[in-house]
Design a protein around this ligand. Structure first.
Ligand code: SF4
Ligand code: SF4
Length: 477
Protein backbone atom coordinates (compact mmCIF):
# COMPACT_ATOMS: atom_id res chain seq x y z
CA UNK A 1 0.00 0.00 0.00
CA UNK A 2 1.23 3.46 -0.82
CA UNK A 3 2.56 5.74 1.84
CA UNK A 4 0.25 8.54 2.99
CA UNK A 5 1.12 12.17 2.47
CA UNK A 6 1.36 14.14 5.70
CA UNK A 7 -0.75 17.29 5.36
CA UNK A 8 0.05 20.53 7.07
CA UNK A 9 -2.45 22.82 8.72
CA UNK A 10 -1.49 26.19 7.38
CA UNK A 11 -4.26 28.38 8.69
CA UNK A 12 -5.49 30.66 5.92
CA UNK A 13 -4.62 34.24 6.65
CA UNK A 14 -5.23 36.38 3.61
CA UNK A 15 -3.79 39.43 5.27
CA UNK A 16 -0.49 37.65 5.83
CA UNK A 17 -0.32 36.96 2.11
CA UNK A 18 -1.70 40.19 0.86
CA UNK A 19 0.29 42.54 3.06
CA UNK A 20 3.43 40.68 4.06
CA UNK A 21 4.92 43.76 5.59
CA UNK A 22 2.36 43.72 8.39
CA UNK A 23 3.31 41.90 11.55
CA UNK A 24 0.63 39.31 12.25
CA UNK A 25 0.00 38.01 15.71
CA UNK A 26 -1.25 34.42 15.76
CA UNK A 27 -4.17 33.88 18.09
CA UNK A 28 -5.76 30.59 19.01
CA UNK A 29 -9.13 32.00 17.92
CA UNK A 30 -8.23 34.33 15.09
CA UNK A 31 -11.10 36.42 13.82
CA UNK A 32 -12.18 35.76 10.28
CA UNK A 33 -10.72 37.85 7.47
CA UNK A 34 -13.00 38.48 4.55
CA UNK A 35 -11.68 36.84 1.40
CA UNK A 36 -12.07 38.91 -1.75
CA UNK A 37 -11.87 36.26 -4.44
CA UNK A 38 -10.42 37.49 -7.71
CA UNK A 39 -12.11 36.23 -10.87
CA UNK A 40 -9.92 34.25 -13.20
CA UNK A 41 -10.42 32.63 -16.58
CA UNK A 42 -8.83 29.43 -17.78
CA UNK A 43 -9.36 25.82 -18.76
CA UNK A 44 -10.25 24.49 -15.30
CA UNK A 45 -12.56 27.41 -14.54
CA UNK A 46 -14.43 26.70 -17.79
CA UNK A 47 -14.68 23.05 -16.74
CA UNK A 48 -15.94 24.07 -13.31
CA UNK A 49 -18.48 26.50 -14.76
CA UNK A 50 -19.87 23.86 -17.13
CA UNK A 51 -20.15 21.41 -14.25
CA UNK A 52 -21.74 24.05 -11.97
CA UNK A 53 -24.32 25.20 -14.51
CA UNK A 54 -25.21 21.63 -15.48
CA UNK A 55 -25.76 20.66 -11.85
CA UNK A 56 -27.76 23.79 -11.08
CA UNK A 57 -29.94 23.36 -14.16
CA UNK A 58 -30.59 19.75 -13.19
CA UNK A 59 -31.48 20.76 -9.63
CA UNK A 60 -33.81 23.60 -10.65
CA UNK A 61 -35.49 21.87 -13.61
CA UNK A 62 -35.98 18.26 -12.49
CA UNK A 63 -39.00 18.90 -10.22
CA UNK A 64 -40.79 20.53 -13.20
CA UNK A 65 -40.46 17.47 -15.46
CA UNK A 66 -43.86 15.71 -15.67
CA UNK A 67 -44.30 11.95 -15.78
CA UNK A 68 -47.91 11.13 -16.64
CA UNK A 69 -50.09 12.97 -14.14
CA UNK A 70 -47.31 13.38 -11.54
CA UNK A 71 -43.80 14.90 -11.34
CA UNK A 72 -41.02 12.63 -12.63
CA UNK A 73 -39.14 13.01 -9.33
CA UNK A 74 -41.44 13.20 -6.34
CA UNK A 75 -40.63 12.07 -2.80
CA UNK A 76 -44.19 11.90 -1.51
CA UNK A 77 -43.62 11.60 2.24
CA UNK A 78 -47.31 11.71 3.38
CA UNK A 79 -48.18 9.09 0.74
CA UNK A 80 -45.00 7.15 1.62
CA UNK A 81 -44.16 6.78 -2.08
CA UNK A 82 -40.93 7.76 -3.80
CA UNK A 83 -41.35 8.30 -7.53
CA UNK A 84 -38.29 8.34 -9.74
CA UNK A 85 -39.47 8.49 -13.35
CA UNK A 86 -41.33 5.22 -14.06
CA UNK A 87 -40.31 3.53 -10.79
CA UNK A 88 -42.13 3.92 -7.50
CA UNK A 89 -40.46 2.85 -4.28
CA UNK A 90 -42.02 2.35 -0.86
CA UNK A 91 -40.63 2.50 2.67
CA UNK A 92 -40.47 -1.31 2.69
CA UNK A 93 -37.74 -1.02 0.08
CA UNK A 94 -35.59 1.16 2.28
CA UNK A 95 -32.79 -1.38 1.82
CA UNK A 96 -32.34 -0.18 -1.77
CA UNK A 97 -31.83 3.39 -0.57
CA UNK A 98 -29.26 2.17 1.97
CA UNK A 99 -27.42 0.39 -0.84
CA UNK A 100 -27.50 3.53 -2.93
CA UNK A 101 -26.01 5.60 -0.10
CA UNK A 102 -23.27 3.02 0.49
CA UNK A 103 -22.47 3.07 -3.26
CA UNK A 104 -22.26 6.89 -3.17
CA UNK A 105 -19.91 6.72 -0.16
CA UNK A 106 -17.61 4.21 -1.90
CA UNK A 107 -17.78 6.29 -5.10
CA UNK A 108 -16.56 9.28 -3.09
CA UNK A 109 -13.76 7.22 -1.47
CA UNK A 110 -12.68 5.96 -4.88
CA UNK A 111 -12.63 9.40 -6.49
CA UNK A 112 -10.80 10.87 -3.47
CA UNK A 113 -8.04 8.26 -3.60
CA UNK A 114 -7.74 8.82 -7.34
CA UNK A 115 -8.15 12.58 -7.75
CA UNK A 116 -8.28 14.14 -4.29
CA UNK A 117 -11.07 16.60 -3.54
CA UNK A 118 -12.44 17.08 -7.05
CA UNK A 119 -15.90 16.53 -5.58
CA UNK A 120 -15.43 19.68 -3.48
CA UNK A 121 -14.11 21.87 -6.26
CA UNK A 122 -16.43 20.88 -9.07
CA UNK A 123 -19.67 19.42 -7.75
CA UNK A 124 -20.25 20.05 -4.03
CA UNK A 125 -23.43 22.16 -3.59
CA UNK A 126 -21.61 24.43 -1.12
CA UNK A 127 -18.97 25.27 -3.78
CA UNK A 128 -21.50 25.48 -6.62
CA UNK A 129 -23.75 27.96 -4.78
CA UNK A 130 -20.79 29.92 -3.36
CA UNK A 131 -19.34 30.39 -6.85
CA UNK A 132 -22.76 31.55 -8.08
CA UNK A 133 -23.01 34.08 -5.24
CA UNK A 134 -19.45 35.31 -5.91
CA UNK A 135 -20.34 35.63 -9.60
CA UNK A 136 -23.30 37.88 -8.68
CA UNK A 137 -21.07 39.88 -6.32
CA UNK A 138 -18.52 40.38 -9.05
CA UNK A 139 -21.16 41.57 -11.55
CA UNK A 140 -22.58 44.16 -9.10
CA UNK A 141 -19.58 45.31 -7.07
CA UNK A 142 -16.85 44.88 -9.63
CA UNK A 143 -13.42 43.29 -9.57
CA UNK A 144 -11.55 42.26 -6.41
CA UNK A 145 -9.77 45.61 -6.02
CA UNK A 146 -13.00 47.57 -6.55
CA UNK A 147 -14.77 45.42 -3.94
CA UNK A 148 -12.00 46.05 -1.40
CA UNK A 149 -12.22 49.78 -2.12
CA UNK A 150 -16.02 49.75 -1.97
CA UNK A 151 -16.03 48.05 1.44
CA UNK A 152 -13.57 50.61 2.82
CA UNK A 153 -15.45 53.66 1.62
CA UNK A 154 -18.33 55.23 3.62
CA UNK A 155 -21.90 54.52 2.57
CA UNK A 156 -22.89 56.37 -0.59
CA UNK A 157 -25.91 56.04 -2.86
CA UNK A 158 -23.81 54.02 -5.29
CA UNK A 159 -22.57 51.68 -2.57
CA UNK A 160 -26.08 51.35 -1.11
CA UNK A 161 -27.74 50.32 -4.36
CA UNK A 162 -24.93 47.90 -5.25
CA UNK A 163 -25.02 46.20 -1.84
CA UNK A 164 -28.85 46.17 -1.78
CA UNK A 165 -29.07 44.71 -5.29
CA UNK A 166 -26.50 42.05 -4.41
CA UNK A 167 -28.35 40.93 -1.28
CA UNK A 168 -31.70 41.06 -3.08
CA UNK A 169 -30.40 38.76 -5.83
CA UNK A 170 -28.77 36.46 -3.28
CA UNK A 171 -32.09 36.24 -1.45
CA UNK A 172 -33.94 35.53 -4.70
CA UNK A 173 -31.51 32.71 -5.54
CA UNK A 174 -31.88 31.39 -1.98
CA UNK A 175 -35.68 31.57 -2.28
CA UNK A 176 -35.60 29.71 -5.61
CA UNK A 177 -33.35 27.10 -3.98
CA UNK A 178 -35.76 26.67 -1.04
CA UNK A 179 -38.85 26.40 -3.27
CA UNK A 180 -37.08 23.94 -5.60
CA UNK A 181 -35.90 21.79 -2.69
CA UNK A 182 -39.43 21.58 -1.27
CA UNK A 183 -40.61 20.95 -4.85
CA UNK A 184 -38.98 17.52 -4.68
CA UNK A 185 -41.41 16.64 -1.85
CA UNK A 186 -44.56 18.54 -2.95
CA UNK A 187 -45.54 18.88 -6.64
CA UNK A 188 -43.83 22.14 -7.56
CA UNK A 189 -46.53 23.38 -9.95
CA UNK A 190 -49.06 23.29 -7.08
CA UNK A 191 -46.48 24.65 -4.63
CA UNK A 192 -45.65 27.82 -6.57
CA UNK A 193 -49.37 28.60 -6.81
CA UNK A 194 -50.14 27.79 -3.17
CA UNK A 195 -47.18 29.59 -1.56
CA UNK A 196 -48.08 33.19 -2.48
CA UNK A 197 -51.79 32.64 -1.80
CA UNK A 198 -50.98 31.28 1.68
CA UNK A 199 -52.67 27.98 0.82
CA UNK A 200 -49.56 25.82 1.14
CA UNK A 201 -49.00 23.50 4.08
CA UNK A 202 -47.31 25.05 7.12
CA UNK A 203 -44.35 22.69 6.76
CA UNK A 204 -43.82 23.91 3.18
CA UNK A 205 -43.38 27.48 4.48
CA UNK A 206 -41.06 26.25 7.21
CA UNK A 207 -38.77 24.29 4.86
CA UNK A 208 -38.75 26.97 2.15
CA UNK A 209 -37.77 29.50 4.84
CA UNK A 210 -35.19 27.15 6.32
CA UNK A 211 -33.44 26.55 2.98
CA UNK A 212 -33.69 30.21 2.05
CA UNK A 213 -31.81 31.22 5.22
CA UNK A 214 -29.44 28.23 4.97
CA UNK A 215 -28.48 29.02 1.35
CA UNK A 216 -28.17 32.77 1.91
CA UNK A 217 -25.92 32.33 4.96
CA UNK A 218 -23.81 29.45 3.64
CA UNK A 219 -23.14 30.77 0.15
CA UNK A 220 -23.30 34.49 0.89
CA UNK A 221 -21.65 34.86 4.29
CA UNK A 222 -20.01 31.70 5.59
CA UNK A 223 -18.54 30.47 2.28
CA UNK A 224 -15.07 28.96 2.90
CA UNK A 225 -15.82 28.69 6.63
CA UNK A 226 -18.21 25.83 5.83
CA UNK A 227 -15.45 23.98 3.94
CA UNK A 228 -12.77 24.66 6.54
CA UNK A 229 -14.62 24.29 9.83
CA UNK A 230 -17.99 22.61 9.26
CA UNK A 231 -17.52 19.98 6.56
CA UNK A 232 -16.51 16.58 8.01
CA UNK A 233 -15.25 15.40 4.63
CA UNK A 234 -12.50 18.05 4.71
CA UNK A 235 -11.27 16.55 7.97
CA UNK A 236 -10.98 12.92 6.95
CA UNK A 237 -10.16 13.14 3.24
CA UNK A 238 -6.42 13.42 3.87
CA UNK A 239 -6.53 9.90 5.37
CA UNK A 240 -7.47 8.64 1.92
CA UNK A 241 -4.71 10.50 0.10
CA UNK A 242 -1.54 8.68 -0.85
CA UNK A 243 1.54 9.64 -2.78
CA UNK A 244 -0.19 8.77 -6.08
CA UNK A 245 -3.33 10.83 -5.46
CA UNK A 246 -3.86 13.67 -7.92
CA UNK A 247 -3.50 16.96 -6.03
CA UNK A 248 -3.13 20.61 -6.92
CA UNK A 249 0.48 21.33 -6.14
CA UNK A 250 3.12 24.01 -6.50
CA UNK A 251 6.40 22.80 -7.97
CA UNK A 252 8.81 24.11 -5.34
CA UNK A 253 11.93 22.95 -7.18
CA UNK A 254 10.91 24.92 -10.24
CA UNK A 255 9.39 27.93 -8.50
CA UNK A 256 11.99 28.75 -5.83
CA UNK A 257 13.68 31.05 -5.12
CA UNK A 258 10.62 33.13 -5.86
CA UNK A 259 10.73 36.86 -6.42
CA UNK A 260 10.02 39.72 -8.81
CA UNK A 261 12.21 40.32 -11.83
CA UNK A 262 12.23 42.39 -14.99
CA UNK A 263 9.64 41.15 -17.48
CA UNK A 264 12.17 41.56 -20.25
CA UNK A 265 14.27 38.74 -18.74
CA UNK A 266 13.79 35.54 -20.72
CA UNK A 267 13.22 32.26 -18.92
CA UNK A 268 16.82 31.17 -19.47
CA UNK A 269 18.18 34.55 -18.33
CA UNK A 270 16.04 34.47 -15.21
CA UNK A 271 17.36 30.99 -14.44
CA UNK A 272 20.91 32.14 -14.97
CA UNK A 273 20.31 35.06 -12.62
CA UNK A 274 19.27 32.57 -9.95
CA UNK A 275 15.51 33.17 -10.10
CA UNK A 276 12.97 30.41 -9.75
CA UNK A 277 9.88 30.57 -11.98
CA UNK A 278 7.58 32.06 -9.30
CA UNK A 279 7.50 35.83 -9.69
CA UNK A 280 5.71 36.15 -6.33
CA UNK A 281 2.81 38.02 -7.92
CA UNK A 282 0.32 36.63 -5.35
CA UNK A 283 -2.29 35.95 -8.04
CA UNK A 284 -2.66 32.30 -7.01
CA UNK A 285 -3.62 33.48 -3.50
CA UNK A 286 -6.00 36.18 -4.68
CA UNK A 287 -8.08 33.73 -6.75
CA UNK A 288 -8.26 31.09 -4.03
CA UNK A 289 -11.80 30.80 -2.62
CA UNK A 290 -10.44 29.47 0.69
CA UNK A 291 -7.73 32.12 0.93
CA UNK A 292 -4.74 29.79 1.18
CA UNK A 293 -1.34 29.94 -0.45
CA UNK A 294 -0.78 26.68 -2.30
CA UNK A 295 2.96 27.41 -2.23
CA UNK A 296 2.86 26.49 1.47
CA UNK A 297 2.19 22.88 0.47
CA UNK A 298 -0.81 20.56 0.57
CA UNK A 299 -3.42 21.92 2.96
CA UNK A 300 -6.73 20.48 4.02
CA UNK A 301 -8.43 23.80 3.18
CA UNK A 302 -7.71 23.25 -0.52
CA UNK A 303 -10.91 22.24 -2.33
CA UNK A 304 -9.04 21.43 -5.58
CA UNK A 305 -10.92 24.01 -7.63
CA UNK A 306 -7.75 24.65 -9.70
CA UNK A 307 -8.29 28.43 -9.78
CA UNK A 308 -4.66 28.84 -8.74
CA UNK A 309 -3.59 26.65 -11.69
CA UNK A 310 -5.42 28.87 -14.16
CA UNK A 311 -4.08 32.00 -12.45
CA UNK A 312 -0.49 30.82 -12.47
CA UNK A 313 -0.74 29.53 -16.05
CA UNK A 314 -1.90 33.00 -17.15
CA UNK A 315 1.14 34.50 -15.38
CA UNK A 316 3.48 31.95 -16.98
CA UNK A 317 1.98 32.80 -20.40
CA UNK A 318 2.58 36.51 -19.83
CA UNK A 319 6.16 35.85 -18.74
CA UNK A 320 6.81 33.44 -21.62
CA UNK A 321 7.55 30.60 -19.17
CA UNK A 322 6.28 27.05 -19.53
CA UNK A 323 2.89 26.43 -17.89
CA UNK A 324 2.42 24.09 -14.96
CA UNK A 325 4.27 25.73 -12.08
CA UNK A 326 1.07 24.97 -10.18
CA UNK A 327 -0.58 21.87 -11.62
CA UNK A 328 -2.49 18.70 -10.99
CA UNK A 329 0.17 16.20 -10.08
CA UNK A 330 1.11 13.62 -7.45
CA UNK A 331 3.64 13.66 -4.65
CA UNK A 332 5.57 10.90 -6.40
CA UNK A 333 5.64 12.84 -9.67
CA UNK A 334 6.89 15.95 -7.88
CA UNK A 335 9.75 13.90 -6.46
CA UNK A 336 10.56 12.51 -9.91
CA UNK A 337 9.27 9.06 -9.01
CA UNK A 338 6.78 7.09 -11.14
CA UNK A 339 3.08 7.54 -10.37
CA UNK A 340 1.12 4.33 -9.91
CA UNK A 341 -2.44 4.64 -11.11
CA UNK A 342 -3.32 0.97 -10.66
CA UNK A 343 -2.49 0.64 -6.99
CA UNK A 344 -3.95 -1.83 -4.47
CA UNK A 345 -6.09 0.61 -2.51
CA UNK A 346 -7.63 2.19 -5.62
CA UNK A 347 -8.28 -1.21 -7.19
CA UNK A 348 -9.83 -2.39 -3.91
CA UNK A 349 -12.28 0.54 -3.88
CA UNK A 350 -13.01 0.00 -7.58
CA UNK A 351 -13.68 -3.71 -7.09
CA UNK A 352 -15.98 -3.01 -4.11
CA UNK A 353 -17.77 -0.33 -6.13
CA UNK A 354 -18.30 -2.57 -9.16
CA UNK A 355 -19.62 -5.42 -6.98
CA UNK A 356 -21.99 -3.08 -5.12
CA UNK A 357 -23.30 -1.45 -8.30
CA UNK A 358 -23.80 -4.94 -9.79
CA UNK A 359 -25.74 -6.15 -6.74
CA UNK A 360 -27.81 -2.95 -6.68
CA UNK A 361 -28.65 -3.21 -10.41
CA UNK A 362 -29.61 -6.86 -9.96
CA UNK A 363 -31.77 -6.03 -6.91
CA UNK A 364 -33.59 -3.26 -8.83
CA UNK A 365 -34.04 -5.39 -11.98
CA UNK A 366 -35.19 -8.40 -9.96
CA UNK A 367 -37.48 -6.33 -7.77
CA UNK A 368 -41.04 -7.72 -7.53
CA UNK A 369 -43.44 -4.85 -6.93
CA UNK A 370 -45.49 -6.95 -4.54
CA UNK A 371 -45.16 -7.63 -0.82
CA UNK A 372 -46.86 -10.70 0.66
CA UNK A 373 -46.78 -11.95 4.26
CA UNK A 374 -48.59 -15.02 5.54
CA UNK A 375 -49.21 -15.67 9.22
CA UNK A 376 -51.04 -18.74 10.48
CA UNK A 377 -53.61 -18.17 13.23
CA UNK A 378 -51.79 -19.50 16.28
CA UNK A 379 -54.79 -19.30 18.62
CA UNK A 380 -56.47 -22.32 17.13
CA UNK A 381 -54.64 -25.32 15.71
CA UNK A 382 -57.48 -26.17 13.32
CA UNK A 383 -61.26 -26.21 12.97
CA UNK A 384 -63.76 -28.69 11.57
CA UNK A 385 -66.16 -27.17 9.05
CA UNK A 386 -69.86 -28.12 8.82
CA UNK A 387 -69.18 -30.31 5.83
CA UNK A 388 -66.49 -32.23 7.75
CA UNK A 389 -63.37 -30.61 6.29
CA UNK A 390 -60.32 -29.58 8.33
CA UNK A 391 -59.71 -25.83 8.18
CA UNK A 392 -56.81 -23.50 9.17
CA UNK A 393 -56.98 -19.70 9.36
CA UNK A 394 -54.28 -17.40 7.96
CA UNK A 395 -53.77 -13.64 8.08
CA UNK A 396 -52.45 -12.33 4.78
CA UNK A 397 -50.83 -8.92 4.24
CA UNK A 398 -50.67 -7.88 0.58
CA UNK A 399 -48.68 -4.75 -0.38
CA UNK A 400 -49.01 -3.46 -3.91
CA UNK A 401 -45.59 -1.87 -4.55
CA UNK A 402 -46.46 -1.07 -8.16
CA UNK A 403 -47.58 2.29 -9.54
CA UNK A 404 -50.81 0.63 -10.89
CA UNK A 405 -53.74 -0.92 -8.97
CA UNK A 406 -53.96 -4.70 -9.30
CA UNK A 407 -56.39 -7.54 -8.66
CA UNK A 408 -54.44 -10.56 -7.43
CA UNK A 409 -55.48 -14.21 -7.75
CA UNK A 410 -54.82 -16.32 -4.66
CA UNK A 411 -54.08 -20.05 -4.96
CA UNK A 412 -52.88 -22.73 -2.56
CA UNK A 413 -51.11 -26.06 -3.13
CA UNK A 414 -49.28 -28.71 -1.17
CA UNK A 415 -52.10 -30.98 0.04
CA UNK A 416 -54.68 -32.99 -1.95
CA UNK A 417 -58.05 -31.22 -2.16
CA UNK A 418 -56.68 -27.99 -0.59
CA UNK A 419 -59.10 -25.09 -1.20
CA UNK A 420 -59.38 -21.47 -0.07
CA UNK A 421 -62.46 -19.47 0.84
CA UNK A 422 -60.99 -16.35 -0.86
CA UNK A 423 -59.67 -16.28 -4.41
CA UNK A 424 -59.11 -12.63 -5.19
CA UNK A 425 -57.81 -9.54 -3.49
CA UNK A 426 -57.74 -6.10 -5.02
CA UNK A 427 -55.17 -3.53 -3.83
CA UNK A 428 -54.76 0.08 -5.07
CA UNK A 429 -51.28 1.25 -6.13
CA UNK A 430 -48.92 1.69 -3.21
CA UNK A 431 -51.40 0.43 -0.60
CA UNK A 432 -51.66 -2.60 1.66
CA UNK A 433 -54.57 -4.92 2.40
CA UNK A 434 -54.84 -7.31 5.29
CA UNK A 435 -57.31 -10.20 5.15
CA UNK A 436 -58.09 -13.38 7.05
CA UNK A 437 -58.69 -16.46 4.91
CA UNK A 438 -59.58 -20.07 5.57
CA UNK A 439 -57.81 -23.00 3.87
CA UNK A 440 -59.42 -26.43 4.13
CA UNK A 441 -58.80 -30.04 3.11
CA UNK A 442 -60.82 -33.27 3.34
CA UNK A 443 -59.77 -35.29 6.45
CA UNK A 444 -58.30 -38.11 4.34
CA UNK A 445 -55.72 -35.63 2.89
CA UNK A 446 -54.03 -35.39 6.28
CA UNK A 447 -51.37 -38.06 6.82
CA UNK A 448 -49.21 -36.12 9.31
CA UNK A 449 -49.97 -33.51 12.00
CA UNK A 450 -48.25 -30.66 10.16
CA UNK A 451 -47.69 -30.26 6.44
CA UNK A 452 -46.15 -27.53 4.30
CA UNK A 453 -48.45 -25.64 1.95
CA UNK A 454 -47.68 -22.95 -0.66
CA UNK A 455 -49.77 -19.81 -1.09
CA UNK A 456 -49.35 -18.10 -4.44
CA UNK A 457 -50.44 -14.56 -5.26
CA UNK A 458 -50.51 -13.51 -8.91
CA UNK A 459 -51.63 -10.27 -10.55
CA UNK A 460 -54.39 -10.93 -13.09
CA UNK A 461 -53.26 -8.17 -15.44
CA UNK A 462 -49.46 -8.20 -15.09
CA UNK A 463 -46.55 -10.58 -14.86
CA UNK A 464 -46.21 -10.19 -11.09
CA UNK A 465 -46.35 -13.22 -8.82
CA UNK A 466 -45.02 -14.22 -5.43
CA UNK A 467 -45.16 -17.39 -3.32
CA UNK A 468 -44.97 -17.94 0.42
CA UNK A 469 -44.93 -21.19 2.35
CA UNK A 470 -46.73 -21.89 5.59
CA UNK A 471 -47.85 -24.84 7.73
CA UNK A 472 -51.22 -26.63 7.68
CA UNK A 473 -52.10 -28.30 11.00
CA UNK A 474 -54.55 -31.20 11.11
CA UNK A 475 -55.43 -34.41 12.94
CA UNK A 476 -54.51 -37.72 11.37
CA UNK A 477 -57.16 -40.42 11.36
S1 SF4 B 1 0.61 32.82 -9.51
FE1 SF4 B 1 2.41 31.58 -9.96
S2 SF4 B 1 3.99 33.11 -10.20
FE2 SF4 B 1 2.34 34.17 -9.17
S3 SF4 B 1 2.80 33.90 -6.99
FE3 SF4 B 1 1.51 32.20 -7.55
S4 SF4 B 1 2.92 30.55 -8.03
FE4 SF4 B 1 4.11 32.46 -8.08
S1 SF4 C 1 -5.22 26.30 -3.39
FE1 SF4 C 1 -5.83 26.40 -5.54
S2 SF4 C 1 -7.02 24.54 -5.89
FE2 SF4 C 1 -6.84 24.81 -3.67
S3 SF4 C 1 -8.70 25.91 -3.12
FE3 SF4 C 1 -7.13 27.46 -3.46
S4 SF4 C 1 -7.36 28.02 -5.61
FE4 SF4 C 1 -8.50 26.13 -5.34
Amino acid sequence: MSEKIPTRDVTPDPVAHHTPQEAVTQHMYASRRHIYVREIKGFFQRLRRVSNWALMLAFFLLPWVPWGDRPAIWFDLPGREFHIFSATFYPQEFMLLSWLLIICAFGLFFITVFAGRVWCGYTCPQSVWTFLFIWVEHRLEGSRNRRIKLDKQPMTTDKLWRKSAKHAIWLLIALATGVTFVGYFTPIRDLVVALPTLEAHGWSYFWVGFFLVFTYLNAGWLREQVCIYMCPYARFQSVMFDRDTLIVSYDTDRGEPRGPRRKSLSHAEAREAGHGDCIDCDLCVQVCPTGIDIRDGLQYECITCAACIDACDSVMDRMGYPRGLIRYTTENALEGKPTHILRPRLMGYLAALVVMIGVFAWAVADRTPLGFDVERDRNRLFQMTRDGRISNAYTLTVRNLDSQPHVYRLEASGLPGLTLDTHEVSVPAGESRQLVIQASVPPEAIDRPSAEIILRLEAQDADIAIERDSRFIGETR
